[in-house]
Design a protein around this ligand. Structure first.
Ligand SMILES: *[C@@H]1O[C@H](CO)[C@@H](O)[C@H](O)[C@H]1NC(C)=O
Ligand SMILES: *[C@@H]1O[C@H](CO)[C@@H](O)[C@H](O)[C@H]1NC(C)=O
Ligand SMILES: *[C@@H]1O[C@H](CO)[C@@H](O)[C@H](O)[C@H]1NC(C)=O
Ligand SMILES: *[C@@H]1O[C@H](CO)[C@@H](O)[C@H](O)[C@H]1NC(C)=O
Ligand SMILES: *[C@@H]1O[C@H](CO)[C@@H](O)[C@H](O)[C@H]1NC(C)=O
Length: 391
């Protein structure tokens, strides 16, 4: 027993010295409204000001960018073929002593092949200091690989669970707890935030926003999944074939609206419509890509969005089921002055991923992925607390 205690004391001292407390890195997240793409900005290269905008993607292992956008390449290094870095890549290949790797474009899943390189990546800490990772590893792609991207974007920031994703490279370079959090903004009035490292995330004004915890898993192909137990509309569970929820839900920062398997979508839309009609909101003709739209009249605009039924997903908690609740701002989208549509997409009978939680649903929540415990933490909607990701 004493041995065990000593062991624990040793471990906690060890943890305290090796993990910097309160180390925290902060990057802005901007939303490009027309394309609904979310991108961050960091400096890459030896010039202290060489900002590069990169679209955030939770499935990209290795960040990639158009290297012509880097102002000064004096600290840029190609990664050679016979290096442990090149050999560690699952789909690397070599040509003329240059290491190449392939990553799918997150917008169309078409793979691109690009050279592996390293350069300095600079960003700020939460207390406003400048800091940098000297050997940030990424791929140099070309402008042609950026088809479909919002005009400011010059590439993709990889946020996958892989060892070379941006959060993993930063937390291992600074030797801090491997975790990161996203606060996606809903508007372009101000940037949201990408946090890397340990909390606290918030200033005092926000520090008492409750967080809820659920485990996540990492698939072999490198996706983040949470396990969905049930879906509720105004507190009532949808009657669903449980099998349809079993594969779980994938999180995405590039899919704009949560996509559901057809039968799940139909059950959700039916229940939502019944509850909405009971509130006096009636169905009107649909506006693509949505399937269920409602006349909300000239209702007063509330912070949490139009007053519509609440949608919740039931997830495993530490002891019992926990629920992630979505209110009007996240469940519907305003398409006309008086018309809103259910902001979920019918993904067909056999979609690749049965459920994908998209950005319209993630906006104005703080969502943290902690690799050290494989726990996902999500906040209440910040809108319920009179704030947002962009304030
Ligand atoms: C690769 O590395 C090995 C061991 O360091 C060496 O023997 C070999 O010649 C190298 N090959 C090339 C093409 O550089
Ligand atoms: C930021 O800089 C100040 C002053 O140099 C220093 O005391 C503080 O520890 C730095 N913060 C971080 C997170 O490095
Ligand atoms: C960065 O990489 C270079 C060349 O591979 C190496 O000499 C240097 O020690 C590395 N620096 C850090 C901080 O890892
Ligand atoms: C990304 O990493 C995962 C393992 O984490 C691997 O299975 C997958 O093949 C990788 N994808 C690419 C395109 O590198
Ligand atoms: C938000 O603001 C409204 C009015 O401005 C106020 O009634 C409400 O109590 C506030 N809610 C919180 C959680 O601060």
């Amino acid at each position: 027993m004493q041995g065990l205690t000593r062991h624990l004391v040793f471990l906690s001292i060890f943890a305290a010295v090796t993990l910097k407390l309160k180390a925290q890195y902060l990057l802005p997240i901007n939303k490009h409204q027309p394309t609904k793409q979310f991108y961050t900005t960091l400096n890459i290269g030896s010039s202290p000001k060489s900002p590069i905008n990169l679209v955030l993607d939770l499935e990209t292992n290795l960040s990639w960018l158009n290297c012509r956008k880097i102002k000064s390449l004096s600290t840029y290094r190609r990664v050679g073929c016979n290096t442990s870095l090149c050999n560690s890549l699952p789909n690397g290949h070599c040509q003329e002593n240059t290491c190449y790797n392939s990553q799918p474009n997150p917008l169309n899943r078409i793979p691109l092949i690009a050279r592996l390189g390293q350069d300095r990546a600079s960003f700020t800490t939460t207390d406003g200091n400048k800091t940098s990772v000297r050997n940030f590893t990424f791929l140099c792609a070309g402008q042609k690989d950026l088809r479909g991207f919002s005009p400011p974007a010059a590439g993709v920031l990889g946020l996958s669970p892989g060892a070379l994703s941006f959060p993993k490279q930063v937390t291992s370079a600074f030797n801090v707890i491997p975790k990161f959090a996203l606060c996606l903004p809903s508007s372009s009035t101000g940037p949201g935030h990408l946090y890397v490292g340990t909390g606290p995330y918030f200033n005092d004004r926000l520090s008492n926003i409750p967080m809820t915890f659920t485990p996540f898993t990492i698939t072999e192909s490198g996706k983040y999944l949470i396990s969905v137990k049930a879906i509720y509309v105004d507190g009532f569970g949808l009657s669903l074939d449980r099998e349809l929820l079993v594969p779980g839900a994938k999180l995405s920062t590039v899919v704009p609206y949560t996509t559901l398997q057809s039968d799940v979508y139909t059950a959700l839309a039916k229940s939502f419509t019944l509850k909405a009609e009971a509130m006096g909101l009636y169905k009107v003709s649909t506006v693509a890509p949505f399937k269920d739209c409602f006349d909300v009249g000239a209702t007063e605009r509330e912070r949490k969005g139009p007053n519509v039924p609440v949608i919740e997903i039931g997830l495993p908690g530490r002891i019992r089921e926990v629920r992630w609740s979505f209110h009007g701002a996240n469940t519907v989208v305003r398409v006309l002055e008086t018309v809103v549509c259910l902001a979920f997409i019918d993904g067909g009978k056999r979609p690749n991923d049965l459920m994908v939680i998209g950005t319209h649903q993630l906006q104005d929540y703080l969502v943290e992925l902690d690799f050290s415990r494989t726990v996902l933490a999500f906040s209440d909607s910040l809108l319920l607390h009179n704030t947002s990701c962009s304030s």
